[in-house]
Write a protein that binds this ligand. Structure first.
Ligand code: BG6
Length: 503
Protein backbone atom coordinates (compact mmCIF):
# COMPACT_ATOMS: atom_id res chain seq x y z
CA UNK A 1 0.00 0.00 0.00
CA UNK A 2 1.50 3.32 -0.98
CA UNK A 3 0.94 6.94 -0.03
CA UNK A 4 -0.61 7.48 -3.40
CA UNK A 5 -3.66 5.57 -2.20
CA UNK A 6 -6.76 7.71 -2.04
CA UNK A 7 -4.88 10.80 -3.22
CA UNK A 8 -5.50 10.08 -6.83
CA UNK A 9 -7.97 8.21 -8.99
CA UNK A 10 -6.96 4.84 -10.41
CA UNK A 11 -5.09 4.73 -13.72
CA UNK A 12 -7.08 5.26 -16.94
CA UNK A 13 -8.30 1.79 -17.97
CA UNK A 14 -11.04 -0.42 -19.32
CA UNK A 15 -12.44 -3.02 -16.99
CA UNK A 16 -13.45 -6.04 -19.04
CA UNK A 17 -15.86 -8.21 -17.08
CA UNK A 18 -16.15 -11.78 -18.31
CA UNK A 19 -19.47 -13.13 -17.07
CA UNK A 20 -21.01 -9.65 -17.01
CA UNK A 21 -24.56 -10.98 -17.23
CA UNK A 22 -24.20 -12.78 -13.91
CA UNK A 23 -25.00 -11.90 -10.32
CA UNK A 24 -21.62 -10.60 -9.22
CA UNK A 25 -21.65 -7.81 -11.79
CA UNK A 26 -24.99 -6.39 -10.83
CA UNK A 27 -24.75 -7.03 -7.09
CA UNK A 28 -21.17 -6.06 -6.38
CA UNK A 29 -19.01 -4.86 -9.25
CA UNK A 30 -21.18 -2.13 -10.77
CA UNK A 31 -22.30 -0.81 -7.35
CA UNK A 32 -18.64 -0.80 -6.23
CA UNK A 33 -17.58 1.11 -9.35
CA UNK A 34 -20.39 3.56 -8.74
CA UNK A 35 -19.16 4.12 -5.17
CA UNK A 36 -15.68 4.75 -6.56
CA UNK A 37 -17.12 7.36 -8.92
CA UNK A 38 -18.82 9.02 -5.98
CA UNK A 39 -15.61 9.20 -4.02
CA UNK A 40 -13.65 10.50 -7.04
CA UNK A 41 -11.45 7.42 -7.15
CA UNK A 42 -12.44 6.24 -10.57
CA UNK A 43 -10.44 7.82 -13.38
CA UNK A 44 -12.39 10.00 -15.81
CA UNK A 45 -10.83 7.91 -18.57
CA UNK A 46 -12.58 4.72 -17.63
CA UNK A 47 -14.99 2.25 -19.23
CA UNK A 48 -16.49 -1.15 -18.61
CA UNK A 49 -16.81 -3.78 -21.32
CA UNK A 50 -19.11 -6.60 -20.27
CA UNK A 51 -18.54 -9.91 -22.03
CA UNK A 52 -20.97 -12.81 -21.68
CA UNK A 53 -22.89 -15.38 -23.65
CA UNK A 54 -26.24 -13.68 -23.12
CA UNK A 55 -27.40 -11.91 -26.29
CA UNK A 56 -27.60 -8.22 -25.52
CA UNK A 57 -26.63 -4.97 -27.16
CA UNK A 58 -24.66 -2.25 -25.42
CA UNK A 59 -27.91 -0.35 -25.05
CA UNK A 60 -29.63 -3.34 -23.46
CA UNK A 61 -26.71 -3.74 -21.07
CA UNK A 62 -26.83 -0.07 -20.10
CA UNK A 63 -30.55 -0.29 -19.46
CA UNK A 64 -30.19 -3.46 -17.43
CA UNK A 65 -27.44 -1.97 -15.28
CA UNK A 66 -29.49 1.22 -14.80
CA UNK A 67 -32.36 -0.87 -13.45
CA UNK A 68 -30.14 -3.07 -11.29
CA UNK A 69 -28.17 -0.25 -9.70
CA UNK A 70 -31.33 0.96 -7.99
CA UNK A 71 -31.70 -2.40 -6.35
CA UNK A 72 -28.08 -3.01 -5.42
CA UNK A 73 -26.46 0.40 -4.83
CA UNK A 74 -25.29 0.82 -1.26
CA UNK A 75 -26.22 4.51 -1.21
CA UNK A 76 -28.72 6.65 -3.07
CA UNK A 77 -28.01 6.96 -6.78
CA UNK A 78 -27.32 10.44 -8.12
CA UNK A 79 -29.03 10.61 -11.53
CA UNK A 80 -26.45 12.88 -13.14
CA UNK A 81 -23.48 10.89 -11.89
CA UNK A 82 -25.03 7.62 -12.98
CA UNK A 83 -25.87 8.99 -16.43
CA UNK A 84 -22.29 9.90 -17.13
CA UNK A 85 -21.12 6.53 -15.79
CA UNK A 86 -23.70 4.60 -17.79
CA UNK A 87 -22.35 6.06 -21.03
CA UNK A 88 -19.10 4.29 -20.32
CA UNK A 89 -20.64 0.81 -20.25
CA UNK A 90 -20.22 -1.41 -23.31
CA UNK A 91 -21.21 -4.97 -24.01
CA UNK A 92 -20.01 -7.79 -26.21
CA UNK A 93 -21.83 -11.07 -26.50
CA UNK A 94 -19.76 -14.17 -27.26
CA UNK A 95 -18.59 -17.60 -26.23
CA UNK A 96 -15.56 -17.62 -23.94
CA UNK A 97 -13.91 -20.45 -25.89
CA UNK A 98 -14.40 -18.89 -29.30
CA UNK A 99 -11.36 -17.04 -30.75
CA UNK A 100 -13.66 -14.71 -32.67
CA UNK A 101 -14.96 -13.33 -29.37
CA UNK A 102 -11.46 -12.08 -28.66
CA UNK A 103 -11.04 -10.63 -32.14
CA UNK A 104 -14.23 -8.66 -31.59
CA UNK A 105 -13.06 -7.73 -28.11
CA UNK A 106 -9.83 -6.37 -29.52
CA UNK A 107 -11.75 -4.19 -31.97
CA UNK A 108 -14.16 -3.01 -29.34
CA UNK A 109 -11.32 -2.16 -26.97
CA UNK A 110 -9.63 -0.07 -29.66
CA UNK A 111 -12.89 1.86 -30.12
CA UNK A 112 -13.34 2.30 -26.37
CA UNK A 113 -9.76 3.52 -26.02
CA UNK A 114 -10.56 6.15 -28.65
CA UNK A 115 -13.88 7.17 -27.15
CA UNK A 116 -12.91 7.12 -23.49
CA UNK A 117 -9.18 7.85 -23.48
CA UNK A 118 -8.40 4.65 -21.62
CA UNK A 119 -4.90 4.35 -23.09
CA UNK A 120 -4.79 0.62 -23.68
CA UNK A 121 -4.74 -0.36 -20.00
CA UNK A 122 -7.03 -3.34 -19.45
CA UNK A 123 -8.25 -4.86 -16.22
CA UNK A 124 -9.83 -8.22 -16.95
CA UNK A 125 -12.21 -9.49 -14.32
CA UNK A 126 -12.99 -13.21 -14.51
CA UNK A 127 -16.45 -13.39 -12.97
CA UNK A 128 -17.35 -16.60 -14.77
CA UNK A 129 -17.73 -20.18 -13.63
CA UNK A 130 -14.21 -21.48 -12.83
CA UNK A 131 -14.22 -23.98 -15.69
CA UNK A 132 -13.75 -21.02 -18.07
CA UNK A 133 -10.69 -19.53 -16.32
CA UNK A 134 -8.14 -21.53 -18.32
CA UNK A 135 -9.82 -20.88 -21.65
CA UNK A 136 -10.19 -17.17 -21.13
CA UNK A 137 -6.60 -16.80 -20.03
CA UNK A 138 -5.38 -18.81 -22.97
CA UNK A 139 -7.45 -16.86 -25.47
CA UNK A 140 -6.37 -13.51 -24.04
CA UNK A 141 -2.78 -14.65 -24.40
CA UNK A 142 -3.23 -15.88 -27.95
CA UNK A 143 -4.99 -12.70 -29.03
CA UNK A 144 -2.11 -10.62 -27.63
CA UNK A 145 -4.49 -9.01 -25.17
CA UNK A 146 -2.32 -9.84 -22.17
CA UNK A 147 0.84 -8.27 -23.57
CA UNK A 148 2.08 -5.12 -21.82
CA UNK A 149 3.77 -2.64 -24.14
CA UNK A 150 3.79 0.73 -22.46
CA UNK A 151 0.37 -0.23 -21.10
CA UNK A 152 -0.71 -2.54 -18.32
CA UNK A 153 -2.85 -5.67 -18.48
CA UNK A 154 -4.04 -7.16 -15.19
CA UNK A 155 -6.39 -10.00 -14.41
CA UNK A 156 -8.59 -10.38 -11.35
CA UNK A 157 -9.52 -14.00 -10.82
CA UNK A 158 -12.56 -14.80 -8.72
CA UNK A 159 -12.85 -17.80 -6.47
CA UNK A 160 -12.88 -20.76 -6.42
CA UNK A 161 -9.24 -20.90 -7.42
CA UNK A 162 -9.00 -24.64 -8.03
CA UNK A 163 -10.88 -27.30 -6.10
CA UNK A 164 -7.87 -28.98 -4.49
CA UNK A 165 -4.10 -28.63 -4.35
CA UNK A 166 -3.38 -30.19 -7.75
CA UNK A 167 -6.02 -28.21 -9.63
CA UNK A 168 -4.91 -24.94 -8.00
CA UNK A 169 -1.32 -25.67 -8.92
CA UNK A 170 -2.30 -26.55 -12.50
CA UNK A 171 -4.32 -23.35 -12.80
CA UNK A 172 -1.37 -21.30 -11.51
CA UNK A 173 0.85 -23.01 -14.04
CA UNK A 174 -1.49 -22.33 -16.94
CA UNK A 175 -1.97 -18.72 -15.99
CA UNK A 176 1.75 -18.15 -15.59
CA UNK A 177 2.22 -19.29 -19.18
CA UNK A 178 0.32 -16.16 -20.21
CA UNK A 179 0.91 -13.65 -17.42
CA UNK A 180 3.63 -12.60 -15.01
CA UNK A 181 2.76 -12.97 -11.33
CA UNK A 182 2.65 -9.16 -11.05
CA UNK A 183 -0.29 -9.14 -13.50
CA UNK A 184 -2.35 -11.65 -11.52
CA UNK A 185 -4.79 -10.54 -8.83
CA UNK A 186 -6.41 -13.54 -7.09
CA UNK A 187 -9.31 -12.09 -5.18
CA UNK A 188 -10.55 -13.01 -1.74
CA UNK A 189 -13.33 -10.61 -0.94
CA UNK A 190 -12.68 -10.96 2.81
CA UNK A 191 -9.57 -8.87 2.28
CA UNK A 192 -11.76 -6.03 1.04
CA UNK A 193 -13.41 -5.78 4.46
CA UNK A 194 -12.17 -2.87 6.56
CA UNK A 195 -12.21 -4.92 9.74
CA UNK A 196 -10.04 -7.60 8.15
CA UNK A 197 -7.57 -4.98 6.99
CA UNK A 198 -7.60 -3.54 10.49
CA UNK A 199 -6.22 -6.74 12.02
CA UNK A 200 -2.65 -5.80 11.09
CA UNK A 201 -3.05 -2.19 12.20
CA UNK A 202 -4.56 -3.29 15.49
CA UNK A 203 -1.82 -5.82 16.14
CA UNK A 204 1.21 -3.92 14.99
CA UNK A 205 0.15 -0.31 15.49
CA UNK A 206 -0.40 -0.68 19.23
CA UNK A 207 2.22 -1.39 21.84
CA UNK A 208 -0.38 -2.96 24.07
CA UNK A 209 -1.25 -6.16 22.29
CA UNK A 210 1.81 -7.46 20.53
CA UNK A 211 3.73 -8.42 23.70
CA UNK A 212 0.90 -10.76 24.80
CA UNK A 213 0.17 -12.12 21.32
CA UNK A 214 1.82 -15.50 21.76
CA UNK A 215 1.70 -18.90 23.43
CA UNK A 216 2.85 -17.52 26.75
CA UNK A 217 -0.36 -15.57 27.28
CA UNK A 218 -2.90 -16.97 24.83
CA UNK A 219 -4.72 -20.17 25.69
CA UNK A 220 -6.42 -20.68 22.34
CA UNK A 221 -8.09 -18.86 19.45
CA UNK A 222 -11.58 -19.36 18.02
CA UNK A 223 -12.42 -18.18 14.53
CA UNK A 224 -16.11 -18.27 13.69
CA UNK A 225 -17.68 -17.46 10.34
CA UNK A 226 -21.37 -18.14 10.87
CA UNK A 227 -24.02 -17.50 8.25
CA UNK A 228 -27.72 -17.55 8.94
CA UNK A 229 -28.59 -18.04 5.26
CA UNK A 230 -28.70 -21.42 3.56
CA UNK A 231 -27.26 -21.99 0.08
CA UNK A 232 -29.66 -19.48 -1.49
CA UNK A 233 -30.15 -21.11 -4.87
CA UNK A 234 -26.43 -21.78 -5.34
CA UNK A 235 -26.88 -25.53 -4.88
CA UNK A 236 -25.34 -26.26 -8.28
CA UNK A 237 -22.01 -24.77 -7.23
CA UNK A 238 -22.17 -25.62 -3.54
CA UNK A 239 -22.81 -29.34 -4.01
CA UNK A 240 -19.36 -29.71 -5.57
CA UNK A 241 -17.71 -27.39 -3.07
CA UNK A 242 -18.93 -27.71 0.53
CA UNK A 243 -18.00 -25.51 3.47
CA UNK A 244 -14.34 -26.52 3.69
CA UNK A 245 -13.58 -25.42 0.13
CA UNK A 246 -16.06 -22.57 0.08
CA UNK A 247 -14.96 -20.80 3.26
CA UNK A 248 -12.01 -22.36 5.06
CA UNK A 249 -9.29 -22.65 2.44
CA UNK A 250 -9.74 -19.01 1.44
CA UNK A 251 -11.57 -16.63 3.78
CA UNK A 252 -10.87 -18.34 7.08
CA UNK A 253 -7.21 -18.92 6.29
CA UNK A 254 -6.90 -15.22 5.50
CA UNK A 255 -8.29 -14.40 8.93
CA UNK A 256 -6.01 -16.96 10.53
CA UNK A 257 -2.95 -15.68 8.68
CA UNK A 258 -3.57 -12.03 9.55
CA UNK A 259 -4.28 -12.89 13.16
CA UNK A 260 -1.23 -15.07 13.63
CA UNK A 261 1.51 -13.99 11.19
CA UNK A 262 4.72 -12.21 12.13
CA UNK A 263 5.00 -8.45 11.48
CA UNK A 264 5.77 -7.79 7.81
CA UNK A 265 8.60 -5.37 6.96
CA UNK A 266 6.13 -3.00 5.29
CA UNK A 267 2.65 -2.92 3.79
CA UNK A 268 4.15 -3.70 0.38
CA UNK A 269 2.41 -6.60 -1.33
CA UNK A 270 5.24 -9.09 -1.15
CA UNK A 271 6.26 -8.22 2.39
CA UNK A 272 2.73 -9.02 3.59
CA UNK A 273 2.32 -12.07 1.39
CA UNK A 274 5.69 -13.50 2.45
CA UNK A 275 4.57 -13.47 6.08
CA UNK A 276 1.23 -15.01 5.21
CA UNK A 277 2.94 -17.82 3.41
CA UNK A 278 5.26 -18.47 6.33
CA UNK A 279 2.29 -18.71 8.62
CA UNK A 280 0.33 -21.05 6.37
CA UNK A 281 3.41 -23.20 6.04
CA UNK A 282 3.51 -23.48 9.84
CA UNK A 283 0.10 -25.16 10.04
CA UNK A 284 0.69 -28.72 11.17
CA UNK A 285 -0.59 -31.05 8.47
CA UNK A 286 -3.31 -33.36 9.76
CA UNK A 287 -2.62 -37.07 9.59
CA UNK A 288 -5.57 -39.28 8.55
CA UNK A 289 -6.14 -40.15 12.25
CA UNK A 290 -6.13 -36.46 13.16
CA UNK A 291 -8.63 -35.73 10.42
CA UNK A 292 -10.97 -38.13 12.22
CA UNK A 293 -10.52 -36.48 15.61
CA UNK A 294 -9.82 -32.85 14.73
CA UNK A 295 -12.35 -32.15 12.02
CA UNK A 296 -16.14 -32.18 12.15
CA UNK A 297 -18.55 -32.06 9.23
CA UNK A 298 -22.19 -31.16 9.36
CA UNK A 299 -25.15 -30.65 7.08
CA UNK A 300 -28.31 -28.84 8.09
CA UNK A 301 -31.72 -30.39 8.23
CA UNK A 302 -34.95 -28.43 8.38
CA UNK A 303 -35.26 -25.94 11.21
CA UNK A 304 -36.02 -22.38 12.18
CA UNK A 305 -33.65 -19.45 11.76
CA UNK A 306 -34.76 -16.15 13.28
CA UNK A 307 -38.35 -17.29 13.36
CA UNK A 308 -38.49 -18.46 9.73
CA UNK A 309 -38.68 -22.05 8.62
CA UNK A 310 -35.64 -23.18 6.67
CA UNK A 311 -35.92 -26.33 4.56
CA UNK A 312 -33.23 -29.02 4.79
CA UNK A 313 -30.17 -28.57 2.59
CA UNK A 314 -31.02 -31.77 0.71
CA UNK A 315 -34.29 -30.27 -0.46
CA UNK A 316 -32.65 -27.15 -1.97
CA UNK A 317 -32.69 -26.86 -5.74
CA UNK A 318 -29.86 -28.62 -7.58
CA UNK A 319 -28.87 -30.53 -4.43
CA UNK A 320 -28.90 -34.33 -4.41
CA UNK A 321 -31.57 -35.80 -2.11
CA UNK A 322 -28.85 -37.94 -0.48
CA UNK A 323 -26.16 -35.25 -0.68
CA UNK A 324 -22.98 -35.84 1.30
CA UNK A 325 -21.84 -32.20 1.01
CA UNK A 326 -20.98 -30.47 4.27
CA UNK A 327 -22.59 -27.13 5.07
CA UNK A 328 -20.72 -26.89 8.38
CA UNK A 329 -17.11 -27.51 9.35
CA UNK A 330 -15.25 -27.25 12.61
CA UNK A 331 -11.59 -28.01 12.93
CA UNK A 332 -8.68 -27.73 15.27
CA UNK A 333 -5.35 -26.64 13.84
CA UNK A 334 -1.98 -26.27 15.50
CA UNK A 335 0.77 -23.95 14.32
CA UNK A 336 4.25 -25.28 14.54
CA UNK A 337 6.28 -22.16 15.20
CA UNK A 338 7.87 -20.34 18.11
CA UNK A 339 5.01 -17.94 18.63
CA UNK A 340 2.17 -20.44 18.59
CA UNK A 341 3.38 -23.95 19.42
CA UNK A 342 0.83 -25.58 21.74
CA UNK A 343 -1.96 -23.01 21.13
CA UNK A 344 -4.98 -24.57 19.41
CA UNK A 345 -6.79 -22.61 16.72
CA UNK A 346 -10.40 -23.73 16.48
CA UNK A 347 -12.20 -22.78 13.28
CA UNK A 348 -15.88 -23.19 12.56
CA UNK A 349 -18.11 -22.09 9.74
CA UNK A 350 -21.56 -23.05 8.62
CA UNK A 351 -24.75 -22.13 6.87
CA UNK A 352 -28.21 -21.92 8.45
CA UNK A 353 -26.73 -21.11 11.87
CA UNK A 354 -28.63 -18.93 14.36
CA UNK A 355 -26.98 -15.68 13.27
CA UNK A 356 -24.55 -14.05 10.87
CA UNK A 357 -21.34 -13.44 12.75
CA UNK A 358 -17.69 -13.39 11.77
CA UNK A 359 -15.29 -13.01 14.65
CA UNK A 360 -11.88 -13.92 15.96
CA UNK A 361 -11.97 -14.60 19.69
CA UNK A 362 -8.71 -14.87 21.55
CA UNK A 363 -8.88 -16.46 24.95
CA UNK A 364 -6.06 -15.58 27.32
CA UNK A 365 -4.67 -18.03 29.84
CA UNK A 366 -6.35 -18.50 33.18
CA UNK A 367 -4.70 -17.10 36.26
CA UNK A 368 -4.04 -19.35 39.30
CA UNK A 369 -7.16 -19.83 41.43
CA UNK A 370 -5.45 -19.88 44.85
CA UNK A 371 -6.52 -16.37 45.88
CA UNK A 372 -10.18 -17.17 45.26
CA UNK A 373 -10.35 -20.55 47.03
CA UNK A 374 -11.96 -19.15 50.16
CA UNK A 375 -14.44 -16.92 48.30
CA UNK A 376 -17.83 -17.58 46.72
CA UNK A 377 -16.16 -17.31 43.30
CA UNK A 378 -16.43 -20.74 41.69
CA UNK A 379 -14.87 -19.98 38.37
CA UNK A 380 -12.78 -17.16 37.00
CA UNK A 381 -14.07 -15.27 34.00
CA UNK A 382 -11.96 -16.05 30.95
CA UNK A 383 -10.34 -13.02 29.31
CA UNK A 384 -11.51 -12.87 25.74
CA UNK A 385 -10.38 -10.35 23.19
CA UNK A 386 -12.87 -10.43 20.34
CA UNK A 387 -12.30 -8.92 16.91
CA UNK A 388 -15.75 -8.58 15.41
CA UNK A 389 -15.34 -8.66 11.65
CA UNK A 390 -19.07 -8.43 10.84
CA UNK A 391 -21.72 -7.30 11.62
CA UNK A 392 -21.44 -4.74 14.50
CA UNK A 393 -17.82 -4.30 13.51
CA UNK A 394 -15.66 -3.64 16.51
CA UNK A 395 -13.37 -5.00 19.16
CA UNK A 396 -14.24 -5.99 22.69
CA UNK A 397 -12.35 -7.18 25.68
CA UNK A 398 -14.02 -9.34 28.27
CA UNK A 399 -12.61 -9.49 31.76
CA UNK A 400 -13.75 -10.20 35.30
CA UNK A 401 -14.65 -7.47 37.76
CA UNK A 402 -15.78 -7.52 41.36
CA UNK A 403 -19.53 -7.42 41.73
CA UNK A 404 -20.21 -4.62 44.24
CA UNK A 405 -21.12 -5.94 47.69
CA UNK A 406 -19.60 -7.20 50.90
CA UNK A 407 -18.23 -10.50 49.57
CA UNK A 408 -15.82 -11.25 46.74
CA UNK A 409 -17.95 -12.10 43.75
CA UNK A 410 -16.92 -11.84 40.17
CA UNK A 411 -18.82 -10.94 37.02
CA UNK A 412 -17.84 -10.82 33.35
CA UNK A 413 -17.73 -7.27 31.96
CA UNK A 414 -16.88 -5.90 28.53
CA UNK A 415 -14.94 -2.99 27.15
CA UNK A 416 -16.28 -2.28 23.72
CA UNK A 417 -15.16 -0.37 20.65
CA UNK A 418 -17.63 -0.03 17.79
CA UNK A 419 -16.41 1.18 14.41
CA UNK A 420 -19.67 2.96 13.77
CA UNK A 421 -19.30 5.10 16.92
CA UNK A 422 -15.87 6.35 16.00
CA UNK A 423 -15.78 6.41 12.24
CA UNK A 424 -19.42 6.35 11.21
CA UNK A 425 -20.49 3.80 8.67
CA UNK A 426 -19.80 4.06 5.01
CA UNK A 427 -21.94 1.62 3.13
CA UNK A 428 -19.90 -0.34 0.65
CA UNK A 429 -19.96 -3.58 -1.27
CA UNK A 430 -16.51 -4.62 -0.03
CA UNK A 431 -15.13 -4.58 -3.60
CA UNK A 432 -14.25 -0.87 -3.81
CA UNK A 433 -10.78 -1.09 -2.31
CA UNK A 434 -9.96 -4.25 -4.23
CA UNK A 435 -10.91 -2.77 -7.62
CA UNK A 436 -9.16 0.49 -6.85
CA UNK A 437 -6.02 -1.32 -5.71
CA UNK A 438 -5.90 -3.26 -8.92
CA UNK A 439 -6.22 -0.02 -10.89
CA UNK A 440 -3.19 1.43 -9.10
CA UNK A 441 -1.26 -1.85 -9.24
CA UNK A 442 -1.24 -2.63 -5.52
CA UNK A 443 -1.55 -6.39 -4.94
CA UNK A 444 -1.25 -6.34 -1.13
CA UNK A 445 -4.84 -7.44 -0.64
CA UNK A 446 -4.68 -10.19 -3.25
CA UNK A 447 -3.40 -13.72 -2.96
CA UNK A 448 -0.12 -14.77 -4.45
CA UNK A 449 0.22 -18.18 -6.12
CA UNK A 450 2.00 -19.71 -3.12
CA UNK A 451 -0.60 -18.36 -0.65
CA UNK A 452 -3.38 -20.15 -2.50
CA UNK A 453 -1.46 -23.38 -2.91
CA UNK A 454 -0.50 -23.43 0.76
CA UNK A 455 -4.15 -23.04 1.74
CA UNK A 456 -5.05 -25.98 -0.45
CA UNK A 457 -2.17 -28.05 0.88
CA UNK A 458 -3.76 -27.94 4.35
CA UNK A 459 -7.28 -28.62 3.19
CA UNK A 460 -6.69 -31.28 0.54
CA UNK A 461 -5.60 -34.08 2.93
CA UNK A 462 -8.81 -33.48 4.89
CA UNK A 463 -10.90 -33.75 1.72
CA UNK A 464 -9.05 -36.94 0.79
CA UNK A 465 -9.80 -38.63 4.11
CA UNK A 466 -13.44 -37.56 4.03
CA UNK A 467 -13.78 -38.93 0.53
CA UNK A 468 -12.39 -42.31 1.57
CA UNK A 469 -14.81 -42.64 4.50
CA UNK A 470 -18.28 -44.23 4.24
CA UNK A 471 -20.97 -41.56 3.69
CA UNK A 472 -21.80 -39.54 6.81
CA UNK A 473 -25.29 -39.78 8.08
CA UNK A 474 -26.59 -36.33 7.22
CA UNK A 475 -28.35 -34.12 8.17
CA UNK A 476 -26.77 -33.90 11.61
CA UNK A 477 -27.78 -30.43 12.77
CA UNK A 478 -31.02 -28.54 12.54
CA UNK A 479 -31.06 -25.17 10.80
CA UNK A 480 -30.96 -22.50 13.49
CA UNK A 481 -28.56 -24.38 15.79
CA UNK A 482 -24.81 -24.00 16.21
CA UNK A 483 -23.91 -27.13 14.28
CA UNK A 484 -23.58 -30.82 15.16
CA UNK A 485 -22.83 -32.06 18.66
CA UNK A 486 -19.35 -33.21 17.61
CA UNK A 487 -18.39 -29.55 17.10
CA UNK A 488 -18.98 -28.97 20.80
CA UNK A 489 -17.22 -32.21 21.72
CA UNK A 490 -14.16 -31.05 19.77
CA UNK A 491 -13.52 -28.31 22.33
CA UNK A 492 -14.92 -30.12 25.34
CA UNK A 493 -12.36 -32.87 24.90
CA UNK A 494 -9.72 -30.18 25.42
CA UNK A 495 -11.55 -28.76 28.45
CA UNK A 496 -12.73 -25.74 26.49
CA UNK A 497 -15.92 -24.45 24.94
CA UNK A 498 -17.03 -22.25 22.07
CA UNK A 499 -17.63 -18.68 23.10
CA UNK A 500 -21.32 -18.07 23.42
CA UNK A 501 -22.60 -15.86 20.62
CA UNK A 502 -26.05 -14.43 21.13
CA UNK A 503 -28.23 -14.56 18.02
C1 BG6 B 1 -18.49 -16.56 -0.49
C2 BG6 B 1 -19.06 -17.94 -0.38
O1 BG6 B 1 -17.15 -16.62 -0.89
O2 BG6 B 1 -18.58 -15.92 0.77
C3 BG6 B 1 -20.49 -17.89 0.09
O3 BG6 B 1 -19.01 -18.59 -1.64
C4 BG6 B 1 -20.59 -17.11 1.37
O4 BG6 B 1 -21.01 -19.20 0.27
C5 BG6 B 1 -19.90 -15.76 1.25
O5 BG6 B 1 -21.97 -16.92 1.66
C6 BG6 B 1 -19.83 -15.06 2.58
O6 BG6 B 1 -19.37 -13.76 2.40
P1 BG6 B 1 -19.75 -12.61 3.41
O7 BG6 B 1 -18.99 -11.42 2.91
O8 BG6 B 1 -21.24 -12.46 3.34
O9 BG6 B 1 -19.30 -13.07 4.77
Amino acid sequence: MTDERLNRPGDPCVMVIFGAAGDLTKRKLIPALYNLVQSNLLPKEFAVVGVARAQMSTDDFRQKMSRDIHEFATSSVDAQLWDSFEKRLYYLSGEFQDPSTYEQLQELLATVDQECGTRGNYLYYLATAPNFFNDIMWQLGTAGLAREEGTWRRVIIEKPFGHDFDSARALNKNISAVLKESQIYRIDHYLGKETVQNILVFRFGNGLFEPVWNRRYIDHVQITVAESVGVEGRGGYYEGAGALRDMVQNHMFQLLALMAMEPPLSFEADAVRDEKSKLLRAIQPLSPEEVLTQTVRGQYGAGTVKGSLVPAYRTESRVAPDSGTETFVALKLMLDNWRWAGVPFYLRTGKALPSRVTEIAIQFKHVPFLLFRQTPVEQLTPNFLVLRIQPNEGISLQFGAKVPGPSVRMGAVQMDFEYADYFGTQPSTGYETLLYDCMIGDATLFQRADNVELGWSVVTPILDVWKALPPRSFPNYAAGTWGPKEAFDLLERDGRQWRRIDP
